[in-house]
Design a protein. Structure first.
Length: 143
């Protein structure tokens, strides 16, 4: 989804900072469990370089875990330097939820000084597709 959205951001130079779990399915689940329990040792280096200062726009996307994003979201945004006053666009992905996790993300970003300019939740049971993500990217590019 992030890549589809970014492909429409012609007014911006795009840089990705993905937090990805690697390995087989079981290994990925174990790593996600570690994140949920506050153990970010495998991505600690990624956290150390989060700085919003050089960017005009920050795009953040997360899946829904129940009605909230994963704890990685809160930890990353709390550790991000220079978020205050930055324009932020948010998106979430979910199978069934209507986007309460995106609202949670918005409130958290605003509490940390960011200005949320747009937000969107993408729902899909088995596949999300990219049509709506491309539309969202076009919208963000025009703001």
């Amino acid at each position: 989804m992030a890549e589809a959205i970014a492909s429409k951001l012609s007014n911006y130079e795009v840089v990705f900072f993905p937090f990805e779990t690697k390995g087989n399915f079981t290994g990925r689940i174990k790593e996600l469990d570690k994140f949920e329990n506050g153990d970010y040792s495998s991505i600690e280096q990624d956290f150390s370089i989060l700085d919003a200062e050089p960017y005009d726009l920050i795009l953040i996307g997360m899946p829904a875990y129940g009605s909230q994003p994963p704890k990685t979201f809160s930890t990353a945004t709390e550790r991000m330097n220079n978020l205050s006053g930055k324009r932020v666009a948010l998106f979430g992905t979910s199978r069934f939820r209507r986007g309460s996790h995106v609202q949670f993300m918005k409130e958290h970003i605003e509490a940390n000084g960011g200005e949320v300019i747009e937000q969107k939740n993408f729902r899909g049971l088995l596949m999300l597709g990219t049509k709506k993500a491309l539309e969202f990217g076009t919208l963000i590019n025009s703001l």
